[in-house]
Design a protein around this ligand. Structure first.
Ligand code: NAP
Length: 222
């Protein structure tokens, strides 16, 4: 099931409320994970070759996407990848700091800009994920952790590019129209749902961790 030839192994990791929301209404960040989950997530970050987020997560949360020494002794910061079709990342975004290499994945039609990052161009309109994953693999990136947000998670799942899903469910309810774990247009017909393979659940801190494989995961090694 897992391709190791043409694309990295892709792990989605996110934290959601019991009602499936990953931020407050309007997209403002909320701490859903607790200390126990943060410890796990920082160890997971430390074990992968790259971490990927969408440009909206950068604009809303301004994350550094590094590994905290508080959780991991002698951290090795993986490469950070931002999906940014229009190349609009702010110059002062914290993900562009010198703590780790950064890749801006953009499109062939996006403008040229000088930023302290490597630029990869794949597709037009939106970043072509298959092209990007193939290029990341060529660069030696064998494991990729996708941290969000919901639009990016939807694209990866819809294209069958996810090998593993790890969700921390914090014991809160956000409600209303807050961003959900998976955005996009959603399934209108039963055959459009994305089928998961349940791998396990365990209590962690004040919440529960859910683990799944994905049935439509494409093996691009052929
Ligand atoms: N709880 C958690 O674990 C967690 C983790 C991360 C984020 N979040 C939350 O998620 C929210 C942001 O999520 P979001 O859904 O609005 O945005 P997002 O997934 O962070 O970014 C989506 C944007 O990425 C760009 N993009 C480029 N190529 C793409 C492709 N092939 N597929 C998908 N997107 C592509 C698009 O913008 P362009 O067209 O401009 O390129 C798209 O609108 C924030 O509120 C943040 O707090 C929560």
């Amino acid at each position: 099931m897992i391709s190791t030839e043409r694309r990295p192994r892709v792990i989605i990791n996110a934290a959601m409320s019991v009602d499936g929301k990953i931020a407050l209404v309007g997209g403002k960040r909320i701490k859903i994970s607790d200390e126990a989950d943060f410890r796990f997530v920082h160890n997971l970050r430390n074990s992968v070759d790259a971490i990927l987020v969408g440009i909206n997560t950068i604009l809303k949360d301004d994350p550094k996407l590094t590994v905290k020494e508080k959780f991991v002794k002698n951290p090795r910061n993986p490469v950070r990848v931002v999906l940014d079709s229009k190349f609009r990342i702010p110059e002062n975004a914290r993900v562009l700091n010198s703590a780790a290499p950064t890749i801006i994945a953009t499109t062939k039609d996006a403008p040229d800009r000088k930023v302290s990052a490597t630029v990869i161009r794949c597709g037009t309109g939106h970043v072509d994920l298959r092209c990007l994953l193939a290029k990341l693999k060529e660069m030696g990136i064998n494991t990729l952790m996708v941290e969000g947000g919901g639009t990016v998670i939807h694209s990866f799942l819809k294209e069958g590019l996810v090998d593993e899903l790890r969700i921390f469910v914090g014991s809160i309810i956000i409600g209303g129209g807050a961003p959900t774990l998976v955005e996009g247009e959603g399934a209108k017909e039963e055959h459009e749902v994305i089928k998961l393979k349940f791998k396990g659940a365990e209590p962690l801190g004040y919440g529960v961790v859910l683990r799944y494989g994905v049935e439509n995961a494409q093996d691009d090694s052929q």
